[in-house]
Design a protein around this ligand. Structure first.
Ligand code: GLN
Length: 489
């Protein structure tokens, strides 16, 4: 029995019918990790004993008839979520030795739903990056082509799911870090509305943008996982007190008469031809499903990357000031006075991209530059948000590409931060406006997966999942899997 059953529903059926146990599914994941992860580098930590113990508990729940739809299904967490008693590194030397004293809401929610975590996945350092190359633990390989990046910052989660090492994984998305890697590895990647999922116990990068979500094969799987992650949590003051609908119940709603807005700015010169074709074909498919397509405009879209690269570094420079060698994480071995200890600790334990962001952030927040940069960026952020609101007065969903190109080569953009930042030109607007968005596989270009992005209004996750599911009922892009050189099991 392979974990590569097409979706959670089939796994749950097999588990309940006694055709497979959670211990077998989990053992199969652990074996695949052992076999392939020296090639992919998608995991930072793997916990076989804990995972098998959780699987046994799930098997008991199944036997006693108290199992839910996720009970016994293995998964992995991005190494940004605290899980009690285990290492949580955020892909950084700074937290290489940090053992979390408590569970994040995402970890406890999925554990309570019976999912079995097998370990923690690789990621860009502090979730800063678009290629998974800024990780202290080395780059992750894209299972579709080992020379290429799986995207970032949730690159480990994406590679692990795409390669079938686990059926699903969590991610976080501050400017595109779930959707972009989902697009580049042929997965379904959901970033919920800001505040839909509690940030409690999730290491902070840019607190007004960070949001947890899922990397799965299908929208149906994402619907089940989101249900277990979402909901009010008083430990996160920005968590929304909005009821959590049954996301699975609306997956089969008809798309007849739904309106899709296609922003003309998404189809600019930067969009690779094969990606443009796949996305256009997908939009046609939606017309066949009964949707009505309308051109819309996001006039300030071009400002989203510059605005993000002021707001996100500003927030990170503040958030990362807590890593000073005193309370937790790395501390320099060299001796000196307190100021010296702070400086050396931070110089030695943060990587180049994190330092670049902290310096940029401190600069744009400094007296004399605050008004010209930070305040101005916040104003333009509002304009981008207003552009999206204007579109949603006319349409139900916005659609376009997730990324300008398919997966790029490892090393290709590392020496040019601006080229790296431009990867996120289609994803950042949803974060700046706090809106939910999903990327689903919609074809191939240069034999590499292409992602279609759907953006919705606040708390429209149900509609996005419904649109994604209907497309996945009519197509099979989400079922295509890569063959990892060395032989996939
Ligand atoms: N690639 C973007 C960045 O480097 C987004 C990262 C993210 O969403 N965590 O900041």
């Amino acid at each position: 029995m392979s974990t590569l059953l097409p979706d959670f529903a089939e796994m749950a059926r097999a588990l309940r019918a006694g055709k497979v146990s959670s211990r077998e599914l989990t053992g199969d994941c652990l074996a695949r990790i052992k076999r392939h992860d020296s090639t992919l580098n998608s995991f930072i930590s793997v916990y076989p004993e804990q995972a098998l113990a959780a699987a046994d508990a799930a098997d008991k729940a199944i036997a006693s008839g108290s199992a839910g739809p996720l009970t016994g299904i293995p998964m992995a967490h991005k190494d940004i979520f605290c899980a009690e008693g285990t290492r949580t590194t955020v892909g950084s030397k700074m937290l290489d030795n940090f053992v979390a004293p408590y569970d994040s809401r995402v970890v406890s929610g999925l554990a309570a739903a019976g999912m079995v975590s097998v370990g923690k996945t690789n990621m860009d350092e502090f979730a800063m990056g678009s290629s998974n190359e800024t990780s202290y633990f080395g780059p992750v390989k894209n299972p579709w082509d080992l020379q290429r990046s799986p995207g970032g910052s949730s690159g480990g989660s994406a590679a692990a799911v795409a390669a079938g090492l686990v059926p699903a994984a969590t991610g976080t998305d501050t400017g595109g870090s779930i959707r972009q890697p989902a697009a580049l590895t042929g997965l379904t990647g959901l970033k919920p509305t800001y505040g839909r999922v509690s940030r409690y116990g999730m290491v902070a990068f840019a607190s007004s943008l960070d949001q947890a979500g899922t990397l799965t094969r299908s929208a149906a799987d994402a619907a089940l996982m989101l249900g277990a992650m979402a909901g009010f949590d008083e430990r996160d003051s920005t968590c929304a007190n909005v009821p959590v609908p049954d996301y699975s119940a609306t997956l089969n709603d008809s798309l007849q008469g739904k309106t899709i807005g296609v922003p003309k700015e998404f189809f600019d010169d930067g969009l690779e031809a094969g990606c443009a074709q796949a996305v256009q074909d997908a939009i046609k498919q939606y017309q066949e499903l009964g949707a009505v397509v309308k051109e819309v405009s996001l006039p300030n879209l071009a400002m989203s990357v510059p605005v993000y690269y002021i707001v996100a570094p500003a927030e990170c420079s503040s958030n990362l000031s807590r890593f000073d060698g005193v309370r937790f994480g790395y501390r320099t071995e060299s001796t000196g006075d307190l100021a010296d200890m702070y400086t050396r600790t931070r110089s030695e334990a943060f990587g180049a991209e994190v330092k670049r962001r902290i310096m940029t952030g401190a600069y744009v927040l400094s007296a004399g530059y605050y008004d010209a940069y930070y305040l101005q960026a916040q104003k333009v952020r509002q304009l981008i948000s207003d552009d999206l609101s204007h579109c949603f007065a006319e349409v139900d969903v916005i659609m376009g590409p997730t990324t300008p190109t398919p997966a790029f080569k490892l090393g290709e953009k590392m020496n040019d931060p601006v080229q790296m930042y431009l990867n996120d030109m289609y994803t950042i607007a949803a974060n700046l406006a706090g809106l939910p968005a999903i990327s689903i596989p919609c074809g191939f270009s240069q034999n590499l997966p292409v992602g279609l992005q759907l953006i919705g209004t606040q708390f429209a996750e149900g509609l996005l999942l419904n649109c994604a599911h209907q497309y996945q009922q009519a197509t099979d892009w989400h079922l295509r899997t890569p063959v990892i050189s060395g032989g996939a099991a």
